[in-house]
Design a protein around this ligand. Structure first.
Ligand code: MG
Length: 241
Protein backbone atom coordinates (compact mmCIF):
# COMPACT_ATOMS: atom_id res chain seq x y z
CA UNK A 1 0.00 0.00 0.00
CA UNK A 2 1.34 3.38 -0.97
CA UNK A 3 2.03 6.08 1.61
CA UNK A 4 2.73 9.80 1.55
CA UNK A 5 2.72 11.64 -1.75
CA UNK A 6 2.41 8.40 -3.70
CA UNK A 7 -0.90 7.43 -2.06
CA UNK A 8 -4.04 8.14 -4.09
CA UNK A 9 -6.16 11.02 -2.85
CA UNK A 10 -5.90 14.66 -1.91
CA UNK A 11 -4.73 16.98 0.88
CA UNK A 12 -6.25 20.18 -0.53
CA UNK A 13 -9.94 19.24 -0.49
CA UNK A 14 -12.58 20.62 1.94
CA UNK A 15 -13.02 19.15 5.40
CA UNK A 16 -16.06 16.89 5.68
CA UNK A 17 -18.61 18.15 8.25
CA UNK A 18 -18.36 16.44 11.66
CA UNK A 19 -15.37 14.43 10.47
CA UNK A 20 -11.63 14.47 10.97
CA UNK A 21 -11.17 13.73 7.27
CA UNK A 22 -11.13 15.76 4.11
CA UNK A 23 -12.98 14.64 0.99
CA UNK A 24 -10.97 11.86 -0.70
CA UNK A 25 -8.37 12.29 2.07
CA UNK A 26 -5.04 10.76 1.14
CA UNK A 27 -4.46 9.93 4.81
CA UNK A 28 -7.81 8.27 5.51
CA UNK A 29 -7.11 4.61 6.32
CA UNK A 30 -7.87 2.07 3.64
CA UNK A 31 -10.55 -0.48 4.55
CA UNK A 32 -9.11 -3.75 5.79
CA UNK A 33 -9.50 -6.67 3.38
CA UNK A 34 -11.81 -9.46 4.41
CA UNK A 35 -12.57 -12.49 2.26
CA UNK A 36 -16.30 -12.76 1.63
CA UNK A 37 -18.26 -15.96 2.09
CA UNK A 38 -20.63 -17.39 -0.49
CA UNK A 39 -24.34 -17.31 -1.10
CA UNK A 40 -24.86 -13.66 -2.07
CA UNK A 41 -24.74 -14.31 -5.82
CA UNK A 42 -27.84 -15.43 -7.66
CA UNK A 43 -30.31 -14.25 -5.02
CA UNK A 44 -33.73 -14.77 -6.55
CA UNK A 45 -36.13 -11.88 -6.17
CA UNK A 46 -39.06 -11.92 -3.75
CA UNK A 47 -42.47 -11.88 -5.41
CA UNK A 48 -43.01 -8.17 -4.77
CA UNK A 49 -39.72 -7.04 -6.34
CA UNK A 50 -39.55 -4.86 -9.43
CA UNK A 51 -37.29 -6.74 -11.84
CA UNK A 52 -34.85 -4.24 -13.32
CA UNK A 53 -32.78 -6.79 -15.25
CA UNK A 54 -33.21 -10.55 -15.47
CA UNK A 55 -30.99 -11.09 -18.51
CA UNK A 56 -33.65 -10.63 -21.17
CA UNK A 57 -34.08 -6.90 -21.82
CA UNK A 58 -33.47 -3.38 -20.52
CA UNK A 59 -37.09 -2.28 -20.85
CA UNK A 60 -37.09 -0.74 -17.38
CA UNK A 61 -34.22 1.60 -18.29
CA UNK A 62 -33.43 4.68 -20.32
CA UNK A 63 -30.04 4.76 -22.02
CA UNK A 64 -28.35 5.32 -25.33
CA UNK A 65 -27.80 1.70 -26.37
CA UNK A 66 -30.16 -0.84 -24.86
CA UNK A 67 -29.79 -3.68 -27.40
CA UNK A 68 -26.39 -4.99 -26.34
CA UNK A 69 -27.24 -7.88 -24.04
CA UNK A 70 -24.98 -10.91 -24.53
CA UNK A 71 -25.26 -14.14 -22.57
CA UNK A 72 -27.88 -12.49 -20.31
CA UNK A 73 -25.35 -9.82 -19.27
CA UNK A 74 -24.76 -6.21 -20.28
CA UNK A 75 -21.64 -4.07 -20.12
CA UNK A 76 -22.14 -0.47 -19.01
CA UNK A 77 -19.36 0.65 -21.36
CA UNK A 78 -21.59 -0.35 -24.25
CA UNK A 79 -25.00 0.70 -22.94
CA UNK A 80 -23.87 4.05 -21.57
CA UNK A 81 -25.27 5.35 -18.28
CA UNK A 82 -28.64 3.76 -17.50
CA UNK A 83 -31.50 5.37 -15.61
CA UNK A 84 -34.62 3.61 -14.45
CA UNK A 85 -37.82 4.87 -16.02
CA UNK A 86 -39.55 4.59 -12.65
CA UNK A 87 -38.74 6.69 -9.60
CA UNK A 88 -37.84 5.11 -6.28
CA UNK A 89 -37.52 6.42 -2.74
CA UNK A 90 -36.79 4.13 0.18
CA UNK A 91 -35.97 0.71 -1.27
CA UNK A 92 -34.02 -2.55 -1.11
CA UNK A 93 -31.83 -3.18 -4.16
CA UNK A 94 -29.93 -6.29 -5.27
CA UNK A 95 -27.36 -6.01 -8.07
CA UNK A 96 -24.52 -8.19 -9.38
CA UNK A 97 -21.50 -6.74 -11.16
CA UNK A 98 -18.08 -7.74 -12.43
CA UNK A 99 -14.98 -5.72 -13.22
CA UNK A 100 -12.74 -6.51 -16.16
CA UNK A 101 -9.84 -8.95 -15.91
CA UNK A 102 -7.57 -6.56 -17.80
CA UNK A 103 -5.63 -4.15 -15.59
CA UNK A 104 -6.30 -0.45 -16.12
CA UNK A 105 -5.10 2.58 -14.22
CA UNK A 106 -6.60 2.89 -10.75
CA UNK A 107 -9.25 5.50 -11.60
CA UNK A 108 -10.49 3.67 -14.67
CA UNK A 109 -10.49 0.01 -13.69
CA UNK A 110 -14.07 -1.11 -13.20
CA UNK A 111 -15.34 2.37 -12.38
CA UNK A 112 -19.13 2.55 -12.29
CA UNK A 113 -21.61 3.15 -9.49
CA UNK A 114 -25.15 2.71 -8.28
CA UNK A 115 -26.93 6.05 -7.87
CA UNK A 116 -30.12 6.99 -6.06
CA UNK A 117 -32.36 10.06 -6.38
CA UNK A 118 -31.57 11.00 -9.99
CA UNK A 119 -27.82 10.77 -9.63
CA UNK A 120 -27.61 12.49 -6.22
CA UNK A 121 -26.00 9.64 -4.26
CA UNK A 122 -23.37 7.17 -5.45
CA UNK A 123 -22.47 3.81 -3.97
CA UNK A 124 -19.17 3.24 -5.70
CA UNK A 125 -18.32 0.36 -8.00
CA UNK A 126 -14.59 0.05 -8.73
CA UNK A 127 -11.96 -2.65 -9.02
CA UNK A 128 -10.91 -2.85 -5.36
CA UNK A 129 -9.21 -6.26 -5.06
CA UNK A 130 -6.17 -5.76 -7.25
CA UNK A 131 -6.32 -1.96 -7.12
CA UNK A 132 -7.53 0.84 -4.86
CA UNK A 133 -8.01 4.60 -4.75
CA UNK A 134 -8.61 6.97 -1.83
CA UNK A 135 -10.54 5.26 0.98
CA UNK A 136 -13.85 7.01 0.31
CA UNK A 137 -13.68 6.05 -3.37
CA UNK A 138 -13.31 2.27 -3.20
CA UNK A 139 -16.09 -0.17 -4.03
CA UNK A 140 -18.84 -0.04 -1.43
CA UNK A 141 -18.04 3.56 -0.43
CA UNK A 142 -20.63 6.28 -0.20
CA UNK A 143 -18.51 8.27 -2.64
CA UNK A 144 -16.58 11.06 -0.95
CA UNK A 145 -18.27 10.48 2.43
CA UNK A 146 -17.81 7.00 3.91
CA UNK A 147 -15.29 4.32 2.96
CA UNK A 148 -16.61 0.77 3.21
CA UNK A 149 -16.19 -0.53 6.78
CA UNK A 150 -14.10 -3.40 5.39
CA UNK A 151 -13.04 -4.43 1.88
CA UNK A 152 -14.64 -7.76 0.87
CA UNK A 153 -13.79 -7.38 -2.84
CA UNK A 154 -13.55 -10.47 -4.99
CA UNK A 155 -10.96 -10.78 -7.76
CA UNK A 156 -11.39 -9.04 -11.11
CA UNK A 157 -13.63 -10.96 -13.53
CA UNK A 158 -15.53 -12.59 -10.63
CA UNK A 159 -19.16 -11.76 -9.89
CA UNK A 160 -19.77 -9.50 -6.91
CA UNK A 161 -22.96 -8.23 -5.32
CA UNK A 162 -24.45 -5.28 -3.52
CA UNK A 163 -27.55 -5.51 -1.38
CA UNK A 164 -28.44 -1.93 -0.56
CA UNK A 165 -31.08 -0.56 1.78
CA UNK A 166 -31.60 3.06 0.89
CA UNK A 167 -33.72 5.23 3.16
CA UNK A 168 -34.84 8.36 1.36
CA UNK A 169 -34.68 11.74 3.07
CA UNK A 170 -37.81 13.62 4.08
CA UNK A 171 -38.22 16.99 2.44
CA UNK A 172 -40.92 19.35 3.73
CA UNK A 173 -41.44 22.81 2.24
CA UNK A 174 -38.12 22.49 0.45
CA UNK A 175 -36.26 21.72 3.69
CA UNK A 176 -34.73 18.39 4.67
CA UNK A 177 -36.41 17.27 7.88
CA UNK A 178 -34.85 13.78 7.94
CA UNK A 179 -31.53 12.82 6.34
CA UNK A 180 -31.10 9.88 4.00
CA UNK A 181 -29.45 6.70 5.26
CA UNK A 182 -27.84 3.77 3.55
CA UNK A 183 -26.93 0.24 4.52
CA UNK A 184 -24.83 -1.81 2.11
CA UNK A 185 -23.94 -5.48 2.09
CA UNK A 186 -21.06 -6.03 -0.36
CA UNK A 187 -20.61 -9.69 -1.25
CA UNK A 188 -22.77 -10.42 1.78
CA UNK A 189 -20.56 -8.40 4.14
CA UNK A 190 -21.84 -5.27 5.90
CA UNK A 191 -19.86 -2.27 4.62
CA UNK A 192 -22.26 0.62 5.36
CA UNK A 193 -24.29 0.42 8.57
CA UNK A 194 -27.22 2.82 8.33
CA UNK A 195 -24.79 5.60 7.40
CA UNK A 196 -26.33 9.06 7.61
CA UNK A 197 -25.77 10.73 4.27
CA UNK A 198 -24.25 14.20 4.36
CA UNK A 199 -26.00 15.12 1.11
CA UNK A 200 -25.10 14.62 -2.53
CA UNK A 201 -21.93 12.69 -3.37
CA UNK A 202 -19.50 14.81 -5.36
CA UNK A 203 -15.88 14.76 -6.54
CA UNK A 204 -13.65 17.04 -4.42
CA UNK A 205 -16.71 19.09 -3.46
CA UNK A 206 -18.70 19.31 -0.21
CA UNK A 207 -22.05 17.50 -0.24
CA UNK A 208 -25.09 19.58 -1.13
CA UNK A 209 -28.44 19.22 0.66
CA UNK A 210 -30.69 16.61 -0.91
CA UNK A 211 -33.69 18.14 -2.64
CA UNK A 212 -35.95 15.19 -3.40
CA UNK A 213 -37.50 12.12 -1.82
CA UNK A 214 -37.71 9.99 -4.96
CA UNK A 215 -35.83 9.69 -8.22
CA UNK A 216 -34.43 7.28 -10.75
CA UNK A 217 -31.86 4.67 -9.84
CA UNK A 218 -28.94 4.85 -12.24
CA UNK A 219 -25.80 2.97 -13.20
CA UNK A 220 -22.79 5.06 -14.12
CA UNK A 221 -20.80 4.71 -17.32
CA UNK A 222 -17.33 6.04 -16.52
CA UNK A 223 -15.47 4.73 -19.57
CA UNK A 224 -14.79 1.39 -17.88
CA UNK A 225 -16.05 -2.07 -18.71
CA UNK A 226 -18.30 -3.29 -15.88
CA UNK A 227 -20.73 -6.13 -16.49
CA UNK A 228 -24.10 -6.43 -14.75
CA UNK A 229 -26.77 -9.03 -14.16
CA UNK A 230 -29.61 -9.91 -11.74
CA UNK A 231 -30.90 -6.48 -10.70
CA UNK A 232 -34.08 -6.08 -8.69
CA UNK A 233 -35.54 -3.56 -6.30
CA UNK A 234 -38.28 -3.53 -3.67
CA UNK A 235 -39.86 -0.20 -2.83
CA UNK A 236 -40.25 -0.01 0.96
CA UNK A 237 -43.06 1.96 2.54
CA UNK A 238 -42.69 4.10 5.64
CA UNK A 239 -43.67 2.32 8.86
CA UNK A 240 -47.19 3.16 9.95
CA UNK A 241 -46.96 4.86 13.34
MG1 MG B 1 -18.03 5.60 -9.86
Amino acid sequence: MLRGEEAPGYTDTPQLPNSRWKIHDQNRPQPVKTAPGQGDIGATPPSDAVILFDGTNLNEWKGKNLQVIENSIFDIKRTGTLQTKAKFGTCQLHIEWMTDGKREDRMHWGNSGVFFLDGSIEIQILESHDSYIYADGNAGAVYGQYPPLVNPARKPAEWQSFDIIFTAPKIEDGKQTRPAYVTVFYNGVLVQNNAELLGTTLHRTLPKTLQKETGSISLQEHGSSVKFRNIWVRPVSEPVL
